[in-house]
Structure formats: structure tokens, C-alpha cells
Design a protein. Structure first.
Length: 75
């Protein structure tokens, strides 16, 4: 496996790193809660997980949220 395959990338292909700010590109319903993350919501200070398709973050009052990178755009 090359280093390129291990990098975490957003929906546009930009490389993401710990602490980056991203924007949600689609309304997302959060499982286990009645809240929805609206399109255009800024998520600050993401954390990378071991999976290149997922990032961990905190949105509003929801801690430990894991979002798929296909729904994110680097800000």
C-alpha cells in the first residue's frame, strides 16, 4: 500500500490533516439523536481516525461524532 492510499481526503480530493476545518456539503441526520447537521455547517478541529474514509469531530453539542469524508469539503 502506498502513502497516497492512506491519506484522508475530502469530497474534492483535498488532503485532510488533524485540526483542519471542514464544511458539510449535505444535510446529515445524526443516528441516536433527533438533530440534523445542516449543509454548510463549519466543523472546526477535526481529528483523523485510523480509517481514511472517516474523521472524528464535535458539532454543536454532539461530542465524538464520526463523519464520512465523502460529505465534507475542506474550508
Amino acid at each position: 500500500m502506498s502513502e497516497n492510499e492512506d491519506q484522508t481526503r475530502d469530497s474534492n480530493g483535498a488532503v485532510l490533516a488533524d485540526g483542519d476545518n471542514v464544511t458539510v456539503i449535505k444535510d446529515l441526520k445524526v443516528k441516536g439523536t433527533s438533530s440534523t447537521i445542516k449543509r454548510g455547517t463549519m466543523v472546526k478541529g477535526i481529528r483523523l481516525t485510523g480509517n481514511p474514509d472517516e474523521v472524528e469531530c464535535r458539532v454543536e453539542k454532539i461530542k465524538g461524532l464520526v463523519l464520512r469524508t465523502e460529505f465534507l469539503k475542506k474550508a
